[in-house]
Design a protein around this ligand. Structure first.
Ligand SMILES: NC(=O)c1ccc[n+]([C@@H]2O[C@H](COP(=O)([O-])OP(=O)(O)OC[C@H]3O[C@@H](n4cnc5c(N)ncnc54)[C@H](O)[C@@H]3O)[C@@H](O)[C@H]2O)c1
Length: 384
């Protein structure tokens, strides 16, 4: 695994818990952790249960005894690492957003296709049992034709103007701001649950233009160098409207300036026969409404998605014994392992990552030009 801070800890934990809850045909072995600062890296490897560490990630890619490369580094490193890993015949799992641009994402997809190895992108929110259950309800036609999805990803961790200019606020490292960091998750959920988008229009805003320099220090915390400052060149907030190929309409908002919302990742879907509502901060619950319910008893009911019938929930505790954020990653990695064992072709994969990147790029173009922008066709690479 390359990278060892926020997502490094989340993924390490998930690999360790995976065999505890899932009976899988292959079992992950935490071999080597890569990073740049040896002292920090060694401490992280020891704390998170990795057998060894390497200060140059390229050495991991060259090794014959390593089968999987997991990329949990900033977005500007994903393409180089994933392509090198694929070319060396490794299975690759990469954090989101897949890349800085559509062209990078296309090269990544090309590389893994050529290698014939298993690839996934970590849109972990797909793997909450309640979200998987929504997918099932939609596929079974229980909501009928889908009219609307409205989704928000609301955070507030950079509202303080003295919060530093970390990598997530630099375009050359992150690609975009709230759009790629958290907007990518709700746009992925929309693709997963409702379908492909035909065209989008968006607006983007940077509220705080200049910040002191600084670095992420784990989780969403940072260290600040108050002596020097720099320019923010990514969006603090973005709003998107979308027309889906199946006729549904989408309205999305992603911002890190929604005071009081620490990690408000929410959606509501309305169909001709019913509606659903989900909120990550209350992730075991799903609110469901059916138009066929008897008059007088109509309204949203709240389901605790912890029964065996709810996907993945049965791997954990008895009904009502709730699970959390980290379990979405364990569930995702269970699919990755099944893919490596040859049982499935797990998704979301790099093709989903590429299509997500196309949506992100279309939103940016729309925000720049003030027009609706077509989202190009999924499943194809430019020139094919
Ligand atoms: N799925 C999710 O919900 C989720 C949540 C947070 C972050 N992410 C994604 O995970 C990735 C990492 O984010 P994070 O929050 O863990 O970042 P972070 O700043 O906490 O950690 C980044 C890690 O990458 C290492 N690193 C940076 N450049 C490197 C290089 N050139 N070579 C080797 N190591 C390098 C750093 O030393 C550090 O260990 C990003 O792509 C981010 O968008 C996903």
């Amino acid at each position: 695994m390359i990278g060892h801070r926020f997502m490094g800890k989340v993924h390490s934990h998930a690999y360790r818990d995976l065999p505890f809850f899932f009976d899988l045909p292959v079992e992950p072995v935490l071999s080597d952790l890569a990073g740049r600062n040896e002292e920090e890296l060694k401490a992280a490897a020891d704390a998170m249960g990795w057998a060894s560490y390497e200060t140059d990630w390229r050495r991991l890619v060259e090794r014959d005894d390593i089968d999987v490369i997991d990329i949990v580094t900033p977005n500007n490193t994903h393409a180089e690492m994933a392509i090198a890993a694929a070319e060396a015949g490794k299975h690759v799992i990469c954090e989101k957003p897949l890349a800085l641009s559509v062209s990078e994402a296309e090269r990544m997809l090309e590389a893994v296709r050529k290698a014939g190895t298993v690839h996934m992108i970590c849109h972990n929110y797909r793997f909450a049992p309640a979200v998987q259950y929504v997918k099932r309800l939609i596929e079974e036609g229980r909501l009928g034709r889908i009219y609307h999805i409205r989704a928000q990803y609301l955070q507030d961790w950079i509202m303080d103007p003295s919060f530093p200019l970390v990598w997530r606020l630099k375009k050359e490292v992150s690609g975009s701001g709230a759009l790629g960091d958290i907007g990518s998750h709700i746009l992925d959920l929309a693709r997963f649950l409702v379908g492909e988008m035909d065209e989008v229009t968006g607006m983007m805003k940077t509220f705080i233009q200049e910040r002191p320099l600084g670095e992420m220090s784990g989780g969403l915390n940072a260290r600040t160098d108050r002596e020097r400052s720099g320019q923010v060149d990514v969006d603090d907030a973005v709003a998107v409207m979308a027309r889906f190929q199946n006729g549904a309409l989408g309205v999305f908002e992603a911002t890190r300036f929604a005071g009081g919302n620490r990690n408000g990742n929410r959606f509501e879907i309305n169909g001709e026969k019913g509606s659903v509502r989900w909120d990550l901060e209350n992730m075991n619950h799903l609110q469901v409404y059916f138009t066929e319910d008897e008059a007088g008893l109509q309204g949203f009911r709240t389901i605790n998605c912890t029964e065996d019938v709810h996907p993945y929930a049965g791997a954990y505790w008895p009904p009502g014994h709730i699970i959390g954020y980290e379990h979405t990653f364990i569930n995702l990695l269970a699919e990755f392992m099944r893919g490596i064992a040859g049982e499935t072709a797990p998704t979301p994969d790099f093709e989903d990552g590429l299509q997500n990147q196309r949506v992100l790029e279309a939103v940016e173009e729309s925000a720049r030009t003030g027009t609706w922008v077509k989202v190009s066709r999924p499943g194809s690479l430019t020139g094919q």
